[in-house]
Design a protein around this ligand. Structure first.
Ligand SMILES: CC/C=C\C/C=C\C/C=C\CCC/C=C/C(=O)SCCNC(=O)CCNC(=O)[C@H](O)C(C)(C)COP(=O)(O)OP(=O)(O)OC[C@H]1O[C@@H](n2cnc3c(N)ncnc32)[C@H](O)[C@@H]1OP(=O)(O)O
Length: 309
C-alpha cells in the first residue's frame, strides 16, 4: 500500500489498516537479503524518507536503517508523531533490504520527552481513543518487530520515551549524568499501564521495576546502567559508532533463529495487550477523564513552565 494512502487511512481512524496490521510476532521469519533474494526482483524504494517528525535513512549494503526523531522542542509523542513512527516502522518492516534499525534523536540533549501531555488534557473521548490506539500501535510494532532494534539514547528519556528504548533489543546511552531515563508516570500522578510495566519488568526484573515504578524514578545514566535499564554507556561522540558495531554483531546471526527467539521471549506480553486492547483503551479514557487526573496533568505542565522561567 502506498505510504500516502496508508497515512490517509491512519489519519481517519488512528489505526493501521487491517491488511497492514499482521503482527510481526506472528509472521514467518523473513529470509535474509542477498543470495536468497531472486535475482532482478526490485526492492521496495525505501532508501531514505522523512516526514515532519522522523527522518529515516536505509543503508541497503548493510541492511541497517537509521531512524532519527526530529520534533522540536522535545520529541514529545503526539498523535501525529506516533502515527508517523508506526508508518516508518511499517515501511522498514516490509522492506526486505532492511534487517535492523537504530533509533536515536536528531535533537540535542533529548531522546524523547514521552507522551505528549497536551494530548491527554481537555480533549474529547474520540481524541483520547485515537491517541491511545496510536500509542498501542507504536508499541506493538516496535516491541514485536522482526528487525534488530537498537536504541542510541542520546538524551533524557522519561516515561513514553523510556518505553521506546525499553522496547528495543539493545540500549546504549550517552554517559552524561545529566541525562536520565525511567518510567516517571507516578510523579505526574498517573499510572504506567500494564504493558509499559511488563516491558520494564522484562528488562530489569520485578523488584527493580516495582520500586522504580512506585517512586516514578528518573535514573541518571550511570544509575540506569547499574539497574540494567540500559545495556551500556559510551561517550556521546562514540554513541553512533557503538550502535553500528552492536548492530553488526546482532546481524551476524541468522535472522530466522534470532527472530524466533525474540518471538518466544516477547509473545506473552504482546498477546496480553492484543487480547485486551479495547479494555485498555476504555481504562485509559476513564482514567484520564477524571477531574483529579486532569488537575494533576495541568499542574505538572505548569511546573514544567515555571521551572523554565
Ligand atoms: C490501575 C490503573 C488503571 C488504569 C491506568 C490506565 C491508563 C493509564 C493512564 C495514563 C498513562 C499515561 C502514560 C504516560 C506516559 C508519558 O509519557 S507522560 C509524559 C511524561 N514526560 C515527562 O514527564 C517529561 C516532562 N518534560 C521534562 O521533564 C523536560 O521537558 C525535559 C527533560 C524532557 C526537557 O527539558 P528542557 O530541555 O529543559 O525543556 P523544557 O522543559 O523547557 O520543555 C520545552 C517545552 O516542551 C514542553 N514539554 C516537555 N515535555 C513535554 C511533554 N511530555 N508533553 C508535552 N509538552 C512537553 C514544555 O512544557 C516546554 O513547553 P513551552 O514552555 O516551551 O511551551
Amino acid at each position: 500500500m502506498a505510504a500516502a494512502t496508508l497515512a490517509r487511512r491512519i489519519g481517519r481512524s488512528g489505526v493501521l489498516p487491517l491488511c497492514c496490521r499482521l503482527p510481526a510476532w506472528d509472521r514467518a521469519a523473513r529470509p535474509p537479503p542477498g543470495p536468497a533474494q531472486p535475482p532482478g526482483l526490485p526492492l521496495a524504494p525505501c532508501r531514505s524518507f522523512s516526514n515532519n517528525k522522523i527522518q529515516v535513512e536505509l543503508d541497503e549494503s548493510s541492511g541497517v536503517a537509521m531512524m532519527k526523531f526530529k520534533s522540536p522542542p522535545v520529541n514529545s509523542l503526539s498523535l501525529e508523531f506516533l502515527t508517523e513512527f508506526s508508518i516508518s516502522l511499517e515501511k522498514l518492516e516490509n522492506n526486505k533490504a532492511c534487517r535492523g534499525v537504530i533509533i536515536t534523536s536528531a535533537l540535542p540533549k533529548i531522546f524523547s520527552s514521552g507522551l505528549d501531555i497536551t494530548e491527554m488534557c481537555g480533549k474529547s473521548i474520540e481524541h483520547y481513543t485515537e491517541f491511545w490506539r496510536a500509542v498501542q500501535e507504536m508499541w506493538l510494532r516496535l516491541y514485536g518487530s522482526n528487525m534488530v532494534t537498537v536504541a542510541a539514547v542520546n538524551g533524557s528519556s522519561p516515561a513514553g520515551g523510556c518505553l521506546v528504548a525499553l522496547s528495543c533489543d539493545y540500549r546504549i546511552m550517552a554517559e552524561n549524568p545529566k541525562f536520565s531515563i525511567g518510567l516517571n508516570e507516578a510523579q505526574l500522578g498517573i499510572v504506567a499501564p500494564f504493558w509499559f510495566k511488563d516491558t520494564f519488568v522484562n528488562v530489569v526484573g520485578h523488584r527493580i521495576a516495582e520500586r522504580s515504578l512506585q517512586l516514578g524514578s528518573l535514573h541518571p545514566a550511570p544509575e540506569a546502567l547499574k539497574l540494567g535499564l540500559v545495556d551500556e554507556l559510551v561517550p556521546e561522540e562514540k554513541l553512533m559508532e557503538k550502535a553500528a558495531a552492536v548492530m553488526a554483531q546482532w546481524l551476524a546471526l541468522p535472522d530466522h533463529a534470532r527472530q524466533l527467539t525474540k518471538t518466544m521471549m516477547r509473545k506473552a506480553v504482546l498477546d496480553r495487550l492484543v487480547a485486551h486492547r479495547e479494555e485498555d483503551i476504555k481504562n485509559f479514557i476513564s482514567f484520564v477523564s477524571k477531574e483529579s487526573i486532569q488537575k494533576s496533568l495541568r499542574m505538572y505542565m505548569e511546573m514544567l513552565k515555571k521551572r523554565k522561567s
